[in-house]
Each structure stands twice: as C-alpha cells, then as structure tokens.
Design a protein. Structure first.
Length: 216
C-alpha cells in the first residue's frame, strides 16, 4: 500500500517543446513565467499532476494555478453566503419562537383565570377618617379715618431785585512832573568814609577825618 502523502504530492510538468526543469521535483516560484521565446503550450496541457500522474489543481499563487485574488474573492463570497444563511435561520427561529411563546402565554392566562374567579377575596373596608373642617374666621379689615389737618398755607412772594445803580467815583488825574536829569558828581572823601562806617555798623561820627575815635 502506497503512502497517502504521495497522492497529495504535486509536481510541475513542462510541455515537450520547453526546456526540461533542473530536477524532477522542481516547483516554479510565485513570480515565475515562461520565457517569451518558448513555444506556446498546448491548450489541454496539464501543468500539475499528483504522485499517480493524474492532473490536479496547482498551488495557489503559482504558475498555471489559481491566483490569490480569485481564492480570496471566492472565500469572501462563501463567508458572505454563510452569514446570510445564518441570519435567515436566526430570523426564522426568532419569529417562530416568539409565536410559540405568545401562544403558550395565552394558554397559561386562560387556564389561570377560572381559578382566580372561583375564590374571590374581598378585602375589608376600613373607614377613612376625614379631618373635621372648622370654619376659619376671616379678619375684617378696619378702616382708619384720617382727618385732614387745616394748616395755613404760606404764600410765597417773589421779590424782584431792585435795580441798583453803581455809585460813580470821581476819577483823579495825576499830574506827572517832569523829572530833572540828576547831575552826577563823584562822592567826596567824607561821604565815602561815612558809607564805610555805616556798612560796618559804626557811628558815622567816627568816620569824620577831623575826629579820631581813639581820642573819644
């Protein structure tokens, strides 16, 4: 019995017109493409085979295999379809469950109502004590009569200011006498001595040249 891993083993097979790969288990890289100078491969040529030589689908993203975009798009569509199915199932189950719950609740209410009507319990009435209302005396407003006091009213008399005429004062005219030109003369010796004594605070008699203060 052959091992199972040989069935899942994928091998790249080139057309007879292309150059042979470096080894039997050679796998083209993700970005590998045949040289433009090589002849085109036949239309029905299968590039990928398993361990038994039967054609299989190539790896994702490899040459002659499904592209990654196609795989991602298919996976997204599958996830969307599954989500839609689950949503529809949950919606149907929700509405169905609601109807059953409503029916069971209605049956429970109808089954419980006769039991409640058989033994009615009437609570005893308790007389309510209402407070006695006493008439409240409304105070009557007292009117206060105020007699007006008769007081003599003073009449205001407005006095007009009398016209006061200012007293006229006689104007005196001053007569200006012509000044005589002072005759300048040089001071004498006696005058100079007297002025010197007065500036010093001495009596002017001391400054007379004929008198000597030491003799006095």
């Amino acid at each position: 019995m052959r091992p199972i891993w040989r069935k899942s083993l994928k091998r790249f097979v080139v057309p007879p017109d292309w150059p042979s790969p470096p080894r039997r288990s050679w796998v083209p890289p993700k970005t590998w493409h045949p040289d433009p100078s090589w002849p085109p491969a036949p239309d029905d040529w299968q590039f990928w085979v398993d361990g038994k030589g039967q054609p299989v689908r190539g790896p994702i993203g490899r040459y002659a295999g499904p592209s990654q975009r196609t795989v991602y798009a298919g996976a997204g569509a599958g996830v969307l379809a599954l989500g839609t199915v689950f949503w529809a199932l949950s919606a149907v189950g929700l509405f169905g469950g609601g109807a059953e719950d409503a029916g069971s609740a209605h049956l429970a209410e109808t089954s419980q109502t006769p039991l409640a009507s058989e033994t009615p319990v009437v609570p005893p009435r308790v007389p309510s004590l209402t407070p006695s209302r006493r008439p409240t005396a409304t105070p009557t407003p007292t009117k206060i009569l105020v007699e007006p006091s008769l007081r003599p009213t003073r009449t205001k008399t407005t006095k007009k200011p009398e016209d006061v005429k200012p007293a006229t004062t006689p104007k005196t005219t001053k007569t200006v006498k012509p000044t005589r030109p002072a005759t300048s003369r040089p001071p004498t010796r006696d005058e100079i001595l007297r002025k010197y004594c007065t500036d010093r605070g001495w009596p002017p008699e001391w400054c007379v040249p004929s008198e000597d203060p030491a003799e006095r």
